[in-house]
Design a protein around this ligand. Structure first.
Ligand SMILES: C[S@@+](CC[C@H](N)C(=O)[O-])C[C@H]1O[C@@H](n2cnc3c(N)ncnc32)[C@H](O)[C@@H]1O
Length: 285
């Protein structure tokens, strides 16, 4: 831990000091300094309304503990214990994937394709980011979410309760976690999609490997989900998967091979293929 400033205890001074400490550890040190400091203040406005106020002993220990975690390489959202996704502030911890801006592509597609009535399913819910963003926008629908990791599901349940949103949370392996006979009008999933030897895994070592790695090819989660879904589909169920930006062709092929029609791929804000969607063919229903 670097030496702490002795002379001045003002919030403004601590903000500048934090930025200097973080410069070698992250890409946006000033922004992160502000988030860390705001996290331990009594109100979100104190930093700009009373920049000369003293930090004080208790808050200083709390701040230094957070800074030590961040400087040891822990991702900022885990240090803060919460992160924002769409308009939601969600609890996150190392049992759940940190919700990514990429996933907003999937949610935006889903918002445009919510059914008038019926049930919506999120497979591999993690923090609950996808299903809660939809439930927030359209609380009148029936929402379901599955995760194999009980600790992740506890985080999702907490987020749903804090937001006052109703979701049927199911623990287990993909569609096996669902009650027999339960059918869905819309199915969404951002499952693990990295291959075991993906070079990106080295930068993602703070996040749960079970949320990231699908298997040898990276397509195993999609295959397992598509194989288990037919008993839970209606004649015109829509589906959308988030996927790696190089997996579009494989996903389109997989969806068609499992009897889905109207297969399309949608690009993220960076212009990369990110989400593939389709409609369940009545021939297979
Ligand atoms: C990539 S994370 C997505 C989390 C969240 N939906 C999001 O977009 O931020 C994938 C999630 O799938 C869950 N998962 C992995 N294998 C599973 C399986 N066989 N059955 C159910 N859930 C699974 C993981 O625990 C993890 O929470």
């Amino acid at each position: 831990m670097p030496e702490v400033p002795a002379a001045e205890d003002s919030l403004r001074h601590w903000l500048a000091w934090l930025g200097i400490q973080l410069a070698a550890h992250c890409d946006a040190p000033e922004q992160e300094a502000r988030w860390l400091l705001e996290e331990i203040l009594d109100s979100g406005t104190e930093l700009w309304s009373h920049p000369q106020a003293p930090l004080g002993e208790t808050r200083r220990s709390h701040l230094l503990a957070l800074l030590a975690r961040r400087m040891s390489g822990e991702p900022l959202p885990y240090c803060l214990g919460h992160w924002s996704f769409m308009d939601l502030d969600l609890r996150v911890d190392p049992h759940v994937l940190i919700p990514r801006p990429d996933t907003e592509t999937l949610v935006r597609w889903a918002l445009a394709h919510l059914p008038e009535k019926g049930s919506v399913l999120d497979l591999g819910t993690g923090s609950g980011a996808i299903i809660l963003a939809l439930a927030q926008a359209r609380p009148d629908l029936d929402y379901w979410a599955v995760d194999r990791c009980e600790d992740a599901l506890a985080v999702a349940r907490h987020n749903g309760a804090v937001l006052g949103l109703s979701v049927h949370w199911c623990a287990g392996d993909w569609c096996q976690a669902l009650p027999a006979g339960q059918r869905f009008s819309l199915v969404l999933s951002n499952p693990p999609y990295l291959a075991t030897d993906d070079p990106h895994l080295a930068e993602l070592d703070a996040e749960p490997i079970s949320a990231l790695v699908a298997g040898e090819t990276g397509l195993e989660s999609y295959q397992a989900i598509l194989a288990g879904l037919p008993a839970h589909l209606e004649p015109q169920t829509r589906i959308a998967f988030e996927h790696g930006h190089e997996q579009g062709p494989a996903l389109r092929q997989l969806l068609r091979a499992h009897g889905w029609e109207g297969v399309e791929t949608h690009r993220d804000l960076a212009g990369r293929e990110r989400v593939s969607s389709a409609v369940w063919s009545t021939l297979y229903a």
